[in-house]
Design a binder for this molecule. Structure first.
Ligand SMILES: Nc1ncnc2c1ncn2[C@@H]1O[C@H](COP(=O)(O)OP(=O)(O)OP(=O)(O)O)[C@@H](O)[C@H]1O
Length: 448
């Protein structure tokens, strides 16, 4: 038996899926495998889940009434451990069967199709490589298999060799090409798994934490390469991650999951700046969004809480009806600006130490310790610096509220701006357009 002949007996591995691509919307569900694959190569398409539910025993792992992954998008799925991210990916790949619901790839119902016929490539966190094959053979295996099956549409030896060389260079594997998987570190094995999937240029690429074992530098490189690859291929990528930076920076589309459900979807900027509820608001962003309980007074434009006062604009965009009482006031640590503390402020009296060569606090800023001055809108919070953490490109100052019951909150100080010393009184202003309002009873956003 030739090498390839021996390798071909190993094709039971579902993670290698089909060497072709995903089906297309204009191909009917009953289309043959060959038709689906040919159409898919011409135009990759999106993914739709409808009414998908999955339980393990009595535990509901996934409950997705509807989720659309746009064709050609780079969709990042993020959420806490155990929220159903991998289960969803495995159901799309056909490695897991949903209890109910349908999975459509490019409008074609593949719910009952085996993994190998779905035209997707899936890369796991712990991708299983063929132990008896070198790195190079692991990577080019599916391409050689496809070429062997279909000599007309398969790639030539030279084309395969070029693609493998490209992908090895991209993932820093060139010098490891002759090694066996057992001679690689965990991170190197993971890179081979990734190379093996992307070398096929699949129309749908599913990535389950594919970068988690890489060191910071390689991870940064692989991130950029994946984004570039997606731009070049225009395929549909779904990447599962725990990593905030990956979630916000890599994708064109973000899916935030919580407890088996989709909490919010949309472009990353939109989800970050307009979180639908307190879960999304506090899950995305580091440090997380600060939340304070406050009571609207008068016409609802003025809010007061422990160590907090706020004045909202007269006509807040898209807000309908009165605010709930109490209401949760949210702001991101990076949206707050340190202001000078008035000597009369009950929390004042401590000093502020400058960073070396740092500019002073903003000149001309209102110096009152209470509500935003004059007609100014926004939120003012007051507290005492408790923990000061240097993060490289800034500093995070965690403060204890100036008033009892106001809890803790954090403000990010950019670059070399002045940083309060531990124990210093701190006053932070947040502009009105950076303030988020939520209903404490269900956590839903109430300001549009
Ligand atoms: N084979 C299984 N048997 C029983 N329970 C399972 C099985 N697979 C997953 N689960 C449970 O289903 C839920 C969802 O698991 P899943 O692996 O999809 O979560 P996840 O969001 O990918 O988590 P992580 O980020 O930790 O990988 C979890 O509570 C998990 O314990």
């Amino acid at each position: 038996m030739t090498d390839l002949g021996r390798e071909m007996t190993d094709t039971a591995d579902p993670t290698t899926a089909s060497p072709t691509a995903a089906p297309r919307a204009d191909v009917p569900p009953q289309a043959s495998r060959r038709d689906r694959s040919a159409a898919a190569e011409a135009a990759p398409d999106g993914i739709t889940l409808t009414g998908v539910e999955k339980r393990y025993g009595s535990h509901p792992a996934l409950d997705v009434p509807h989720l659309g992954v746009p064709a050609g998008s780079f969709t990042v799925v993020v959420g806490p451990s155990g929220c159903g991210k991998s289960t969803g990916l495995r159901i799309i790949a056909g490695l897991e069967t949903a209890d109910r619901g349908r999975v459509l790839l490019g409008g074609v119902d593949v719910t009952d199709a085996p993994p190998g016929e779905r035209g997707v490539a899936l890369v796991f966190q712990d991708f299983a490589l063929y132990p008896h094959m070198t790195v190079e053979r692991n990577i080019d295996f599916n391409l050689r298999l496809a070429a062997r099956h279909d000599r007309r549409s398969g790639l030539s030896r030279a084309e395969i060799s070029t693609r493998v060389a490209e992908v090895c260079a991209m993932l820093g594997l060139t010098d490891l090409r002759r090694r066996l998987p057992r001679q690689l570190s965990g991170g190197e094995r993971q890179r081979v798994g990734l190379a093996r999937a992307i070398v096929r240029r699949p129309a749908v690429l599913l990535l389950d934490e594919p970068l988690s074992s890489l060191d910071a530098l390689l991870r940064q490189r692989a991130r950029a390469e994946l984004v570039r690859l997606h731009r070049e291929l225009g395929n549909t990528v779904v990447l599962v991650t725990h990593d905030q930076l990956e979630a916000l920076s890599m994708g064109t589309n973000l899916v935030v999951m919580n407890g088996g459900r989709v909490a919010q979807t949309g472009p990353p900027e939109q989800v970050y700046h307009r979180p639908a509820d307190t879960f999304v608001a506090t899950f995305l962003g580091s440090p997380p969004m600060n939340l304070h309980t406050a009571e609207p007074t008068g016409d609802g434009r003025v809010l007061t809480g422990a160590g907090l006062s706020a004045r909202l604009p007269a006509t807040p965009a898209a807000r309908s009806g009165p605010l709930p009482t109490p209401v949760l006031v949210g702001w991101r640590p990076a949206d707050g600006t340190l202001e000078p503390v008035n000597e009369d402020d009950p929390a004042a009296g401590s000093t502020v130490t400058p960073n070396s060569a740092a500019p002073p606090c903003p000149a001309g800023a209102p110096a009152s310790g209470g509500a935003p001055a004059g007609d100014e809108t926004g939120v003012v919070v007051r507290g005492v610096a408790d923990v000061v953490e240097f993060t490289g490109d800034g500093t995070v100052v965690t403060c204890v509220s100036a008033a009892e019951g106001g809890g803790q909150w954090a403000v990010s100080v950019r670059g070399r701006d002045r940083v309060p010393a531990v124990g210093a009184a701190v006053r932070v202003h947040v502009p009105a357009d950076r303030v988020h309002l939520f209903d404490p009873t269900d956590g839903r956003r109430v300001d549009g």
